[in-house]
Each structure stands twice: as C-alpha cells, then as structure tokens.
Design a protein around this ligand. Structure first.
Ligand code: PLP
Length: 440
C-alpha cells in the first residue's frame, strides 16, 4: 500500500543526509528509508508498505525477523555479546561448526571456520586451499562475483563497478568460461552442455594455467550478481572431474545459493556435488553478519595455529541466529517451500514471457529465478534500460525488485521463501503491471 509519492518526504530527507555523510561509492537500489521489516514486507518512514523481492540481497531466505531467530539472539544477549574465539571458546561457535559440518554435502570428516562476510570467507577458502596444496594459482569464472576485498574483486569478473580504479589486483587468478547457455552458440554432438564434451577442460586449461600449479577452482553453481545463470549439471560434473584428476580443490561459493534458496538446502545438492570447501554467508544467520568456510578436515587443518581467525569471526549472537536458522530450515522444510515458491514465480515469469517478447530468458533453480531482458529475441541485445524501467515502475507500485547481470539486463527475485502465498501473488501482479507500464 503506497500512500505517498515514492520517495516520500522522510525518505528524501534521509537520502539527503546519506549523500552528505556516506561516500557515493556505496550504491543504493532504491531511495527508501526503511524503518520496519516483517517476513516479506517492508515499511518506510513515510508509512508506505512494500513487498520485498530483494530479501536483503539473499540474506532473508527465512524472512525478515523470523521469531525463532529473534528469540535465539535475545537469549544469547543475556550471556555474551562478544568474547573473541581467540581468547576463549564458547558453545555457539562450536555448535554451529558441528551443525555446518553435518548438513553440508559429503559424509567425510569436516571442520568449519567462521568469519564475518562472504568476501572474508572466500579469502579464507583461497588461503586454506593454497596452504593445503602448496600451489599459487586460482581459477575463477566469467560472470563470477566473489566480493569486494582485494582478492574478492580479483576473483570477480565484472570490471565496472567492482574493479575499475581499484588495482593492482591480487595476482595468480585465471578466468575460465562460465556455461552461460542462453548466450552460447556452441553445440555438443549428442546434446548436453558443450563444456561437458570430452577433453573440453584440458583444452581450456592448455591456454589458461598449468593445472599442477592451480590450488583451486572457485565457482558459483548459479552465478548470482553475474545474472542468475545456473550451470548445467553435466558441465559442473566435468569441471569437478577435471579438478579431481589434477589435484585441484573445488571451492563452491554458496553465499547466495545456500540455505534453501535453490529448492534444496545447498545448490550443490542439485549437482550431486561434494565440494572440497563450501563457502556460505548471507541467509546463514537470518540477517546477522556471519560467514563460514566448511571443508575436508585434512584441508582445513593444513594452516598452522594462528594462521586463521579474526576478532569478530563467529560472534556469539550471529552464531546463535545461524543455529536457529538451521533448525527452522529443517522444521519448516524451507527447501520444499523454496521449490514451491520457485514454481509459482517461474510460472508467472513464463506467462509474462508469453506476453512480452523482450523477456528473452526465464531461468534459475528453485526460488532463485530471473528474467533476462533483450531488445530483440533473435539478436539477444541486452536491454538494460527496460530492466531499469521495470524496476522503477515496480517501486512506484510498492515492490522492491533487484537487477543483476554482467550487462545489467536481468531482473532477479530473492523474495523470502517464507513469503505468504497471497503476498507473493500480489508481488507478481505488481511485476506484471510494471512490465505493462514500462513497455507502454
Ligand atoms: C556469490 C557471492 N559471493 C560472495 C559475495 C560477497 O559477500 P559479502 O557481500 O558478504 O562480502 C556475494 C555477495 O553478494 C555473493 O553473492
């Protein structure tokens, strides 16, 4: 229910203060000042209600302020706010490590390191992989996003806005092609992804990096910021087989895909994949800042004592929130809910694609669904302007919607999977009205 023009006076006032106090480099997708959030709804300072298809950029798979997350954090507040795991041990960190070791793919012995952000977790995964293998090089993919720290941006593909002007970048990063089927013209004899063809990865590495010097391949199974591009299963299995054959560790970045976003607890579950190291963050702790690296014990235990850590990593409040999230994922079967919600979103997006020829592709696993907009379905020329117009029309009508993609032409849905059916239907109706307005 939008009561004022968007942005209203109070949002405008905070935006002006923000511009005067915060560097412009910190971008913002909407001009809103939000004062309250509940499951999939946001309220702004002017009393407007919004349906949240951004979900804190993939942080709120279990909804804003889930009661059991709030209760867990409140209970811990009476005991510890911060201690530093390098000073003494506390139960929340160890319990969460045990839980992550148990629920991540693979039945082998594991260890978990807790840190504060996705980028920090990726940095640590690479540090650990280099130490364990004694090799310097790391292979990442086109369309990848792995964070904004020095190593994170070196692993990230897109120069603007993530890398331009911020060099020199970390060395020994090599970029491989990502299986982006919608924009691929290769055909494989007998069907399937061209990247699963016999010898494909040997040929790629012949021109890329000496496999014996590569510590790890870092991969998102569905590229997130790069355009919500799910990798085909046969391609992922071929990459994994190549890595295994060459002693290269597979680091799977599940920061955006993890915790029931894709219709399974982890995207790796879709691929029957057991990563050597799996990196999680975002929806792990239901809104509190926390990230994790979970991996094979012998790899995780390679670095010397004192080589890993950080002041805040595994903060007790954030760790308690994450334990509550893991409990409710099982209790409320949020993976099944994600598959159902994803089916509804996909169905509506396919209907929209039948009406609007500038929707070139509808794709994604579970409730991680996107539409790629093009000027013409035959040329597939990206339509960033239309993407931005649909986003703006949605906001006017009370729907917060994010874009993504290397070419800025993808609308993505990251609505909490706990969204009520009627709120989801209302949001998808608004999406349709927004397409009508933007293409009129
Ligand atoms: C796949 C992926 N990796 C890494 C990151 C970086 O995480 P953070 O912003 O917590 O540093 C993100 C954030 O969007 C992400 O989507």
């Amino acid at each position: 229910m939008v009561k004022t023009e968007i942005p209203g006076p109070k949002s405008r006032e905070l935006a002006a203060r923000r511009a005067a106090a915060v560097p412009r480099g910190v971008s913002v997708a909407t001009p809103l000042a939000i004062v309250h959030a509940e499951n999939a709804l946001l309220t702004d300072a002017d009393g407007n209600r919004f349906i949240d298809f951004a979900g804190g950029i993939g942080v709120h798979n279990s909804g804003h302020r889930h009661p059991s997350v709030i209760a867990a954090v409140k209970a811990e507040l009476d005991h510890l706010t911060h201690l530093a795991f390098a000073v003494a041990s506390y139960d929340a960190y160890v319990t969460l490590a045990e839980r992550l070791n148990a629920i991540t793919p693979g039945t082998h012995a594991k260890r978990t390191l807790l840190v504060n952000s996705g980028a920090e977790a990726i940095e640590n995964a690479v540090k650990i992989a280099r130490y364990a293998t004694g090799r310097p090089a790391v292979v990442a993919f086109e369309h990848a996003f792995h964070g904004r720290t020095n190593l994170g941006m070196a692993l990230t593909s897109k120069p603007m806005p993530y890398k331009k002007g911020f060099g020199p970048l970390a060395p020994e990063i090599y970029r491989a092609p990502f299986p982006y089927c919608y924009r691929c013209s290769e055909a494989k004899a007998g069907g399937g992804c061209c990247q699963s063809a016999a010898g494909y990865w040997d040929r790629v590495f012949a021109g890329l990096a000496d496999p014996s010097q590569v510590a790890a391949i870092v991969m998102e199974l569905q590229a997130g910021e790069g355009g919500f591009i799910p990798a085909p299963k046969d391609a992922v299995q071929a990459i994994a087989a190549f890595a295994r054959a060459n002693g290269i560790l597979l680091i799977i970045d599940e920061i955006q895909t993890g915790f029931a976003r894709t219709g399974k607890l982890f995207a790796s579950n879709h691929y029957d994949l057991v990563p050597d190291l799996i990196v999680t963050a975002k929806s792990l702790a239901g809104g509190l800042p926390l990230a994790a690296v979970t991996g094979r014990s012998e790899i995780m235990d390679a670095p010397h004592v004192g080589g890993l850590g950080g002041t805040y990593g595994g903060n007790p409040l954030a760790a308690r929130a994450a334990i509550a999230v893991i409990d409710l994922m099982a209790k409320e079967d949020l993976a099944a809910r994600s598959a159902k919600v994803g089916g509804l979103i996909r169905g509506r997006c396919c209907e929209l694609a039948n009406r609007f020829p500038r929707i070139g592709d509808v794709r994604g696993l579970g409730a991680m669904i996107a539409m790629e907009l093009v000027k013409d379905r035959s040329t597939k020329e990206p339509d960033k302007d239309l993407t931005n117009r649909v986003q703006a029309e949605a906001l006017k009508r009370g729907l917060v919607l994010l874009t993504c993609g290397t070419y800025g032409n993808v609308l993505r849905v990251l609505v909490p999977v706990t969204v009520e059916d009627e709120i989801l239907a209302e949001g998808l109706d608004v999406l349709e009205r927004s397409f009508e307005a933007a293409t009129a």
